[in-house]
Design a binder for this molecule. Sequence first.
Ligand code: PLP
Length: 392
Amino acid sequence: MSAPAPSASPPRIPARAASVPGSGIREIVMLAYGREDVVHLEIGEPDFPTPAHVVAAGDLALATRNRYTPSAGTPSLRAAVAERLHRHYGLSDDPESVVVSQGAVQGLAAVMAVLLEPGDEVLVPDPAWPNYEMQAVLLGARPVRYPLRPERGFRPDPAEVASLITDRTRVLVINSPSNPTGAVLEPALVRALVEAAVERDLVVVSDEVYDQVVFDGVHANAAATAPESVVSVFSFSKTYAMTGSRVGYLTGPSWLLPTVARVQEPLLSSVSAASQASALAALEGPQDVVGLMVDTYRERRDLVVDRLRSAGLEVDAPAGAFYLMLPLADGVDSRLAALDLVRRGVALAPGTAFGDVARSHLRLSLASSAQQLSAGLDRFLDWYGATSGGKR
Ligand code: PLP
C-alpha cells in the first residue's frame, strides 16, 4: 500500500509550543561552536572533571542494575537527599519529602505543570535564566517579569514584586544564587519575598541549584521559611560538575509533592538509574571536591573583578554562582555586542538572553580556566576601549 499523500499545509503546531522563545545564549554558542580561535566564556557549566568516585558508581550501576527506578527516585537517593536537606537547612528528613528529577530543569517543569493553568501568571526575575519563561509559555501561562535592577546589586524589591501580583498570579519564581547575576539574596530578603507571596496565596518556586556555590555570605533556603508554600529545587549538576548526568531534586509542600511525583511518570518514568547511583555517590562521598571547585571559582572571580576594576569598569563582584555581569555603555544592545565580540575572538552571553533589564550587560562565565579568562578579558577590554563600551 502506498503512503497517503501529505496535505499541502502541515498540521498546526499549537501556539503554546510554537511561541516558546529560543535561547539567546544558544545563538552565541552556535556561532562560536567548535571554534578554537574563540575564547569561550559563554557557557554556564563547570569545567572540572566529574569526581572519579561519582563516575565509578554510575559505571557499576550500568553494569549491574540498569533498570527503571521508582518515578520519584530511588529510595536510597531520596533518603540521602532528605538527610542532606535536614542537616543543611533543618528541613524534613523524610525521604517522601523529596522528588528526584532529571536535572533541576525537569523538576522545575514538573512543578510548573502541576501548578499552572493556561492564562495563569508567573512572576519571573528579569534578568533570569531563560528556561522559566519557556516553561511558562509552553503551559499557556504568562510570564510577568519583576526587575532585578543593577543599581540595587541585581536584588529584587519585595514591594515592587508584590505590586505585580494580580488575581491570575499563581507562582513567584526566585533564584539565589542567581544565574545570570551572581547575586546572593540575604535571608531577610528571601523571607520578605516569601511573605509577599504567601500573603496573596502564591506558591514560591525557589531555584537553588547554586546553593553550594557561595563566595560571600550564606545561602538562604526558601523552603525553610514557609514549608507549605515553597518548592525549593536543587541540582547535582553544578555542585559536583556532573551536568551530563542530569540529576536534580526538589522538596516542597506535602499537599503538592505527591502530585509532582505522579507527574514524573508520564514525563520520564524515572531518572536514569546510573545517574542516580552517581548522585548518591556524590552525596555520600568526600565533599572536599565541592570546596575545591568553589575556591577556584572564587580565585577566578577575584582575578576578573580586579582586572576589570583596574581598567576602570564598575562591576559588582558576584557573591555566588559562577557568573559576572559586564556593564556596557548605556543603551548598548548586548546581543549586537556579543555578535561583534565573537568576531573579535571572545564569546560572552548577551544580557538580552535573560530579559530586558540587563540588555546592556554581558554575562561572563567563571567556569573557564584563569588563563582563558585572562585571554578573554584582553580581547573584551580591547573591544571595549575601541568601541567606548560598545557604542561604535
Ligand atoms: N537553574 C538555573 C538557575 C541554572 O542556571 C541551571 C543550569 O544552568 C538550571 C537550573 C538547570 O540545572 P540542571 O542541570 O540541574 O537541569
